[in-house]
Write a protein that binds this ligand. Structure first.
Ligand code: FHN
Length: 443
């Protein structure tokens, strides 16, 4: 009997991925998911006091900055050039439909007016204002949805204990109580969902910090994240609020979309990507940086070209996924000129070709280096991403074609239906450097 009790206890105690069991999304939530899937393109913003050091959002961990020293950063964080309306307009002109911003990252600093923390932009910086409040107002004004990124892991709060795999060598960290930390997160999530109007979603991150690591692979979780309670709380406060968790595993009950970091769904170039068998049928979102960093990094010159960015949007859409493209604003609140310029160009392309992206679903053939296909009802959009291709073969394609034209010129596309698939010819004069779109209307 005693043995049985121990076994049952062990099973229960390690079953910590179990979340909002019995969760059935509300009508509002299902509508929000539909909206989300149609939106296809959003802006990710990583902004915090770390931007002052110009070395990314992990600088506290990477340089092992003592708590006491890091706490000096807020005292000179004064983003006088922060103009939320300008940010939102920039996103909107780029063709983005929503913004996801860091409300609190791993450094534990709340970028909003949190009453349950002393470590906030309002209480600790000369700026003294809640940046989320003005951003929420700007989003409302411009018809853009607002999502909040919220870090589960915290390098500053003593109650984030046991410590995770990261931030272990940051001097000055104390030991506290895990259940108090969970209560704190609940209080902050309540604030985030009651102080800023309707929120599109909560984007959780840091789950993996509490997984055991043997130097090669992740093991079990060492804590209970209480997802059952966190997810229920979020859905009770705002049933339409979508929950995503960047845990890099299959979706957990209670989540409303699945995210893929720096990899298209099913790919695993990063090493932490979700395995193909872990892809569920929730709406999908891929996140990627506009250069090489999430938070502002002064030395990062790996700016992606507008062509790369547009092709990433297209490929993501070909996988039936949104792209959440990140910028890391500078400490003064401005977004780098290189990034603003690229986004303008992406926006021009989206305004001409957005109909082949928004409101589409994944095409019948998986995207690759050269092409991607999106679908809207009986229309397929074949995106040819390699301008050197004079012929494209869609293996296995057996749809009955009603019409087939180049999207831009509306000229007819020379093609042949073979017993193995569809052969499409792409004359030089029709080829475009970024994306030659062929519109195929099926019977
Ligand atoms: O550690 C974070 C990182 O700083 C950034 O926020 C990204 C965004 O997807 N997520 C984590 C790494 O998985």
């Amino acid at each position: 009997m005693k043995y049985l009790t121990i076994v049952v206890f062990v099973c229960l105690s390690i079953n910590w991925n179990i979340a909002q069991e019995g969760y059935e999304p509300s009508k509002e939530n299902l509508e929000a998911r539909e909206w989300f899937e149609d939106a296809r393109f959003g802006l990710f913003i990583h902004w915090g006091v770390y931007s002052l050091l110009g070395d990314g959002e992990w600088v506290m961990n990477n340089q092992n900055i003592p708590i006491e020293a890091y706490e000096k950063l807020p005292t000179f964080f004064n983003p006088i050039a922060y103009d939320p309306v300008e940010w939102v307009k920039m996103a909107k002109n780029a063709g983005m439909k929503y913004i996801t911003i860091t409300s609190r990252h791993h450094d534990g600093f709340s970028m909003y007016d949190s009453k349950v923390s002393d470590y906030t932009i309002v209480k600790k910086t000369p700026y003294g204002k809640d940046i989320l409040k003005s951003l929420a107002a700007a989003c409302r004004q411009e018809g853009i949805k607002l999502f909040f990124y919220y870090s589960l892991l915290d390098w500053h709060d003593d109650n984030y204990f046991p410590r995770g795999r990261t931030g272990r060598d940051i001097p000055g960290r104390g030991e506290g109580n895990w259940e108090d930390y969970i209560a704190f997160m609940k209080a902050q999530l309540t604030e985030l969902l009651t102080q800023y109007g309707e929120i599109g979603g909560i984007w959780l991150d840091g789950h993996w910090d509490q997984k055991q690591w043997d130097g090669k692979k992740f093991g079990k979780l060492q804590v209970d994240w209480h997802y059952d309670e966190l997810y229920k709380l979020i859905h009770d406060l705002q049933p339409g609020c979508l929950i995503g968790n960047n845990h890099h595993i299959a979706p957990i009950k209670g989540e409303d979309f699945q995210m893929f970091e720096r990899d298209l769904p099913g790919q695993n170039t990063t090493g932490w990507g979700t395995k193909p068998e872990e892809i569920g049928d929730l709406p999908k979102e891929v996140c990627e940086t506009i250069n090489g960093s999430w938070g502002f990094n002064l030395q990062d010159r790996k700016h992606k070209s507008p062509r790369e960015l547009i092709q990433y949007v297209v490929r993501a859409a070909g996988y039936g996924s949104n792209l959440l493209l990140n910028v890391g604003p500078m400490p003064n609140g401005e977004i780098q000129i290189e990034h603003r310029r690229s986004l303008e160009q992406v926006g021009r392309w989206m305004s001409e070709n957005g109909a082949t992206i928004y409101g589409t679903s994944e095409g019948p053939i998986r995207p690759d280096e050269d092409l991607a296909i999106t679908r809207k009802g009986n229309v397929l959009y074949l995106h040819i991403l390699n301008p050197d291709k004079d012929v494209v073969f869609l293996e296995g394609f057996d749809g009955q074609i009603k019409s087939i034209v180049f999207y831009k010129s509306k000229n007819k596309v020379p093609h042949t239906n073979t017993e193995f698939g569809l052969l499409v010819k792409v004359p030089k004069k029709e080829r475009l450097p970024i994306d030659t779109i062929v519109e195929i209307v099926l019977e």
